[in-house]
Design a protein around this ligand. Structure first.
Ligand code: FCB
Length: 419
């Protein structure tokens, strides 16, 4: 029998889960909520072409337009204390969440005192429970006035964003050490402007270039403003990093295509924001096999309910690659849709094993955040994909801890993984 091994994590390692305002809070009014209302019928109709028969059978909610309306979501806006009690009971010592810009600044230059006080209570509730807050300022949703000015493509977007960022740090900075300006800028670039699937559904090569620039400027400006107010703050971007592998390592063309994909998806944004990171992050979901000229698929032996292949080793290669930047690293998202909870335990263990291997080889990883604490509203796919450590019954809003969450809790508490 193979010997059991203990993979120890360093003292002070952050263990948590992540969420974002729009996906859990409920009651938002922003560019996405408007888009959902206009597109729910269409998304329900298109489900038949988009998903495989086994998915359609298992998740018939995808044919219901209501599935695509975020609505009251998990009502986390009102139930955050109950949810943080659960996170604490699961042995976590950190929590990543986002502040909803449209609540803080519902009209240009007009800030809501009530919303600020809400997020102050959220931060205090985390601190009281020993959960270190990791706070995202922009997790994709925009106030309607930003949308009306041209959204992230508008040349003034960086200034508006930096102004909002400054305000947040002035108001709440004493309670926050870790700030993320943006969540996954490249996901918006690809899904909204390259493929045209997400709001504002503008498929344009020029818009893609503009948005790369605007989002990078927004981060850079905000980074400086935040540090001016709070030099001790730790500021970064919550960044998706995809792993790309050439299908045939002897094929020059496959390798060129791999390098190209990796540049646009991972490196370009980091280059545009060089020297404006106090730490780096990895949000890992996709291991892509590249056959010239593009990706073939990301299916693996075991796949999530969304059909995303599970290949934990990709995270190891990504982390090894980040080592060259010589900055602390946090894995700020990693998770899967698994309604039956049949793969989640091994998913978490598998990724942690590879993270640990990277750490043994000198990569300075300081925290891991599973996506997500609760089942939530998965953007244009709606509610059917179940990412939560905690199941949410959307009728009663009842929370039920899934068995895999208890396994993860054991690792968080013991600060080691037994394999
Ligand atoms: C990430 C997003 C997050 C969630 C997960 C599944 O790309 O940051 O909001 O949708 O994917």
């Amino acid at each position: 029998m193979p010997e059991q091994k203990i993979l120890k994590f360093p003292n002070g390692f952050f263990w948590g889960a992540a969420n974002s305002a729009h996906q859990v809070e409920g009651g938002n009014v922003n560019d996405w909520t408007e888009w959902e209302k206009a597109n729910a019928q269409r998304l329900a109709r298109e489900a038949e072409d988009k998903w495989e028969p086994w998915q359609q059978e298992k998740f018939p909610e995808m044919f219901d337009p209501q599935n695509y309306i975020s609505g009251r979501a998990c009502d986390h806006y009102n139930r955050f204390e109950e949810d943080f009690d659960i996170a604490k009971s699961l042995g976590q010592n950190a929590h990543r969440f986002s502040i909803e810009w449209s609540r803080i600044e519902p009209e240009k230059g007009k800030f809501s005192h009530e919303a600020v006080e809400h997020y102050r209570r959220v931060l205090l509730a985390l601190r009281e429970r020993g959960l270190e807050p990791f706070v995202t300022m922009w997790h994709w949703t925009n106030p309607l006035w930003i949308r009306d000015l041209g959204g992230v493509e508008d040349k003034n977007f960086p200034c508006h964003f930096a102004y909002y960022a400054k305000y947040l740090v002035e108001q709440l900075g004493s309670l926050v050490r870790f700030w993320f300006t943006l969540n996954e800028p490249t996901s918006i670039i690809v899904n909204s402007y390259q493929e045209g699937n997400w709001p504002p559904q503008k498929k344009s090569f020029f818009a893609v270039q503009a948005v790369y620039k605007r989002l990078a400027e927004a981060h850079n400006l905000a980074y400086d403003k935040i540090h001016k107010i709070d030099p001790a703050a730790s500021v970064g971007i919550a960044n998706i990093l995809n792993y790309f592998k050439p299908q045939n390592i002897n094929s020059g063309l496959d390798k060129i295509a791999r390098n190209f994909a990796s540049h646009y998806s991972n490196e370009r944004f980091l280059n545009l924001t060089k020297n404006k990171h106090d730490f780096l992050t990895a949000q890992y979901y996709f291991y892509n096999i590249i056959k010239f000229p593009s990706r073939i698929n990301n299916k693996a032996e075991i796949n999530s309910d969304l059909g995303w292949g599970i290949r934990p080793e990709g995270l190891y290669y990504i982390l090894k690659d980040l080592k060259k930047y010589n900055l602390p690293i946090y894995v700020t998202e990693n998770g899967l849709a698994d309604a039956q909870d049949s793969r989640r335990k091994e998913f978490i263990r598998g990724h942690l094993k590879w993270i640990h291997k990277a750490m043994e080889e000198g990569v300075d990883v300081r925290g891991y955040f599973y996506w997500s604490l609760l089942d939530n509203f998965e953007w244009d796919k709606g509610f059917w994909p179940r990412f939560g450590l905690v199941k949410v019954d959307y009728q009663t809003l009842e929370r039920t801890v899934r068995p895999s969450a208890l396994e993860y809790a054991k690792i968080c508490r013991e600060n080691f993984l037994e394999i």
